[in-house]
Ligand binder design. Structure first.
Ligand code: NFS
Ligand code: SF4
Length: 683
């Protein structure tokens, strides 16, 4: 096995990797190694399987076929593939959003005891925004109309997405000029799939603008609706303390892990795990309690609203089962390894699959329907209690590693924290940015990817930003990584923040890194930017704000959709491994120079997290200068590079720094083994 420390920066993960190796159980890192060279056509986006005259692949260096059987060339194939990825990512977030709105409708109709309107204030502010009548009406009446209106946004046939109005005027103008105004959410996904069907759209630029429209349907549509309605139904988050990492699992309690993305069932499970009757049943089996914890974004949802601790991020899902202490791992949709069910053969853990959309062979099936939410939750808790009795203490191995964190920040909460209860406002944030005490704001988000040293890119990038007085907002597995690295701890600013940011954090009592939720909650970053623009003084459109986004360890199609809606909204995005577009110089050119022209922002591919941090600082400083703002108030002391900065696992070269410098030859920038063109061509 390769040196395990090159696999993760997290001590709990390293301990469990060593244990897996001792037990002879393969993990995601072993399966990556078993793949050997990964297909270079795929890496470059040059493989087309859109019809069955193919599959076809284009050789990038003029050494053979330059077109598919139908005559499609690299530009078309690369652009089509990107649009398909974005359609899939948008479909995932938006389908999640739709389910939450359907749950709101259920709550409005009073057909489920489990769901109530927990944030009537948010309900009414949303209703007012959309023109739903509130005066003299009950919450349920308002919720019914709001749910109907929002469900209409998914299947909308005429007009454009209502939430686009939340963006500054300049962004709306940019979208209109580029033909990127979103129509119905579902329509953009379907149209994207239609356009990429064999023999439909062949124009790379036209395909990319459709990709933009589809991504915007995610950010300003499906994801934003998911966030807003989750706040109405499950309660608007407020800052709270919790804990993170595998050490939150308990040896003497029933451990239930929620894993996936949708909060509907996990939210009810929080109540079920506190039910005195079920607690008594657990006690009868010798357990001291029922411990609920989470993995991935379902975890972020219940952390934000209930302070439920997080056991780990994406790459820790199988390691959690290998602690031998998880009695039930409940899975719904997205980011769940098929590999987890295999582990049931080695450990007593029961994987319980719940979503009508996601079945797992070998899992215990308890299909979840919102109408019977509490019954389902109680049933699952009982499965865990029964299974606790089957736990083999000899196999229990919980790394004693956990960190404290603060989470629960939202667009609205940041208002009141900064401005005080009586004058909620973004003014203090904008003032601090104008004065240079805060240099700018960066959203650092996204996944883990075993091609990179687990968590290391997130930690290095975020620490460098914070050290340079950049306030960081986070979601998803990136937030979990930084939680584990103690960057979300209440006192983190004293340890890691630059002087200016530290002064602000001290004054208002926040960490320098703010956890704003799950990946659909990236929409909170859009609405926060809209508030910053509305407050004035730091740019009247997104592309002028001193802000940027990053996803250093991304792996999911959802992450591509997120990056694209940020860029198309005028926010520059720096990602780790490149998008699978480098097979077409023209597409790379479009994603950089054309997008800069249309939207005022662009993509940068930079696998080295320290370099990525400096790209972001350059972006922020450029924006500050263009606004006539002074340079940062305090100089950040020089810090030499350390070995911990070398994040890409086994990388020998940092690879191309910017998309426009992308090269079509040589080793893959993230350091993963990449095959040579043609290697798999003779299969
Ligand atoms: Ni986002 Fe959240 Fe994590 Fe990546 Fe998966 S859990 S939706 S996709 S891996 S951050
Ligand atoms: Fe090949 Fe064209 Fe079919 Fe794609 S659409 S598989 S390039 S023939």
């Amino acid at each position: 096995m390769a040196d395990a420390t090159s696999r993760s920066a997290d001590p709990a993960t390293l301990a469990m990797i060593a244990r897996a190796s001792d037990m002879g159980i393969p993990t995601v890192w072993d399966r990556l190694a078993a793949q050997k060279a990964q297909c270079r056509f795929g890496v470059l986006g040059l493989c087309c399987r859109n019809c069955f005259m193919g599959p076809c692949r284009i050789l990038p260096e003029g050494k053979g076929a330059q077109e598919g059987i139908c005559g499609a060339r690299a530009d078309t194939i690369v652009a089509r593939n990107l649009l398909r990825h974005i359609a899939a990512g948008t479909a995932a977030h938006s389908d999640h959003g739709r389910e939450i709105v359907r749950t709101l409708r259920l709550a409005a109709e009073g057909e489920s005891e489990a769901y109530k309107i927990r944030s009537p204030a948010r309900l009414r502010s949303l209703a007012a925004e959309y023109g739903v009548a509130c005066d003299g009406r009950t919450d349920r009446e308002i919720a019914r109309d709001l749910a109907a209106l929002l469900l209409g946004e998914f299947g909308k046939q005429d007009g454009t997405l209502l939430n686009l109005r939340r963006a500054p005027e300049q962004q709306q103008k940019n979208w209109a000029a580029a033909g990127a105004l979103v129509r119905g959410i579902d329509r953009e996904v379907v149209t994207g799939l239609h356009m990429t069907n064999m023999g439909v759209d062949n124009d790379a630029e036209h395909l990319l603008l459709a990709a933009v429209r589809t991504a915007l349907a995610d950010g300003w549509g499906g994801s934003m609706i998911a966030t807003d309605v989750s706040d109405v139904l499950f309660g608007s988050p407020h800052p709270l303390r919790s804990r993170v990492n595998l050490g939150v699992l308990k040896e003497d309690e029933v451990n239930i892990l929620v894993h996936g993305h949708e909060p509907s069932l996990s939210d009810v499970l929080v109540a079920a795990a506190r039910d005195p009757e079920l607690l008594a049943e657990a006690a009868a089996k010798g357990a001291k309690g029922i411990n609920l914890a989470g993995i991935c974004c379902t975890a972020n949802e219940v952390l934000m609203r209930h302070g439920v601790p997080i056991a780990g991020n994406f790459l820790q899902q199988e390691l959690a089962v290998m602690t031998g202490a998880v009695d039930v791992m409940l899975v719904d949709v997205q980011c769940v390894f098929p590999a987890v069910t295999e582990l049931q053969k080695c450990f007593h853990t029961k994987i319980v699959s719940t979503s009508p959309k996601a079945d797992f062979p070998d899992a215990v099936r308890v299909e979840f329907h919102e109408e019977q939410a509490m019954e389902t939750a109680r049933k699952i808790v009982r499965i865990a209690i029964e299974n606790y009795a089957r736990r083999d203490p000899a196999k229990v191995h919980i790394p004693k590693v956990e960190e404290r964190l603060v989470a629960g920040f939202t667009t609205e909460v940041v208002f009141s924290i900064l401005g005080g209860r009586y004058r909620p406002s973004y003014r203090p944030l904008n003032d601090a940015i104008q004065a240079g005490r805060i240099r700018g704001v960066a959203g650092v988000v996204g996944c883990n990817n075993p091609k990179f040293r687990h968590d290391a890119c997130h930690l290095t990038l975020v620490q460098e930003l914070v050290r340079n007085d950049v306030l960081v907002v986070q979601t998803g597995c990136s937030a979990i990584a930084c939680g584990k690295g103690a960057l979300l701890a209440p006192e983190a600013s004293e340890r890691i923040a630059g002087r200016g940011l530290r002064e602000v954090c001290r004054a208002v009592g926040i960490p320098p890194v703010l956890h704003v939720g799950s990946c659909v909650d990236n929409s909170r970053i859009l609405t926060a930017c809209a508030q910053m623009v509305a407050e004035g003084g730091i740019g009247d459109s997104f592309d002028r704000l001193p802000v940027a986004g990053a996803a250093p360890e991304w792996m999911s199609e959802k992450a591509i959709a997120i990056g694209m809606y940020f860029v198309a909204s005028g926010i520059n995005v720096v990602i780790g491994q490149p998008l699978p577009v480098e097979g077409s110089e023209y597409v790379v050119e479009l994603l950089t120079n054309l997008f800069e022209k249309h939207f005022g922002a662009t993509w940068t591919f930079q696998p080295d997290p320290l370099e990525a941090a400096h790209r972001i600082l350059d972006i922020i400083d450029r924006k500050r200068a263009a606004l006539g703002l002074p340079p940062p108030m305090y100089e950040t002391p020089y810090r030499p590079r350390t070995v911990t900065d070398a994040a890409p696992a086994g990388a020998t070269s940092p690879g191309p720094a910017v998309a426009s410098e992308a090269t079509l030859t040589g080793s893959h920038p993230c350091g993963a083994a990449v095959g040579v063109p043609g290697e798999l061509g003779n299969v």
